[in-house]
Write a protein that binds this ligand. Structure first.
Ligand SMILES: [Mg+2]
Length: 318
């Protein structure tokens, strides 16, 4: 490292300076001090490990920092909450370039600005590979957090946006030819995902009975929601909104799309939520299935044939 630890911390402090009204004490003291504003606290943490979740590339630090924040913000969104603050523990090998680390924090700052939260603390330690652990706090009005466990038979299964784009984009990052504009858009979906924060709040307000973000693949995340709710789900295969340039496999098993998968209690709630999401965010809401009694997933084809659907997706311990 070109800078020593103290110099690096000082440089990081400058990148992260500034704080919102809820932050009484931010970066630089032994701990941050936050002033709660009356809601319930929602907390989530996520670790990104070099060569497991990402490859360290000279030009990739900014996108990586951005994504490290967004994936946790997406978990807050999936509870119907609003993000407030983040802390980050960073493990760095001795051969790391200081410029790479500054870009990483630059990307984190960018995501924090985008989603109106504040990075209020962090820690640096030495290790064999880069590892980025981000904890994000958020807030929901008391009693309004949307859990995975509230889906009931008859509920409509809905999905924001489109899925499969991130997996298709990941494939394209390995292609060395000049990408087209459409391909670049897919790569961007992989490198710079969007967390559906406002959308999650809207779905909560319209009575979402359960919600999860699509981080590990639509089928696996729907399976998890069903398991937590002690119900089964029918997935209408032809209704799944597949991103342009992605395959059905990408859509069902790719993951890292960070769209919201929710259950709503009836067609009226679906219609109202769909309208508001379109008007407020320009985001589509697609009905892709139904919650049923029992357990597990069944794929429903266009002609109504049902068959068991394996909850494939990204399994971290595979
Ligand atoms: Mg999640």
């Amino acid at each position: 490292m070109e800078l020593n630890e103290e110099e690096l911390l000082e440089a990081i402090r400058r990148v992260l300076s500034g704080a919102g009204p809820e932050v009484r004490v931010g970066v630089g003291d032994d701990a941050a001090v936050l002033a709660p504003t009356g809601g319930e606290l929602v907390v989530t943490t996520d670790a990104l490990v070099e060569d497991v979740h990402f490859r360290r590339e000279p030009a990739g630090a900014r996108d990586l920092g951005y994504k490290a924040i967004v994936v946790s913000v997406s978990d807050i969104a999936a509870m119907g909450g609003s993000p407030r603050s983040a802390v980050c523990a960073l493990i760095l090998p001795a051969d790391i370039e200081a410029a790479w680390v500054m870009e990483l924090f630059g990307g984190m700052r960018e995501a924090c600005d985008e989603y109106a939260l504040w990075l209020v603390g962090g820690d640096l330690a030495r290790g064999r590979e880069v590892s980025i652990a981000v904890t994000v706090t958020g807030e929901v009005a008391p009693g309004t957090a949307v859990l995975r466990s509230g889906a009931r038979p008859g509920d409509h299964v809905v999905l924001t946006g489109e899925v499969g784009g991130s997996a298709a984009g990941l494939r394209l990052t390995h292609v060395r030819t000049m990408p087209s504009a459409a391909q670049l858009a897919l790569v961007r979906r992989h490198l710079r995902p969007t967390a559906r924060v406002g959308e999650g709040r809207v779905l909560g307000r319209h009575g979402a009975t359960a919600m999860i973000d699509v981080s590990d693949g639509l089928a696996l995340d729907l399976f998890r929601l069903g398991r937590a709710s002690d119900v089964g789900a029918h997935l209408s295969i032809d209704d799944v909104p597949v991103a342009d340039g992605a395959t059905l496999d990408d859509a069902l098993g790719g993951g890292e799309d960070y769209e919201l998968l929710a259950t709503l209690p009836g067609a009226e709630a679906v219609g109202a939520a769909r309208l508001e999401l379109k008007e407020s965010f320009g985001v589509t809401l697609t009905t892709i299935g139904r919650i049923v009694e029992g357990s597990g997933l069944r794929a429903i084809d266009a002609d109504g044939t049902a068959r068991p659907l394996e909850p494939t997706g990204w399994n971290h311990f595979r």
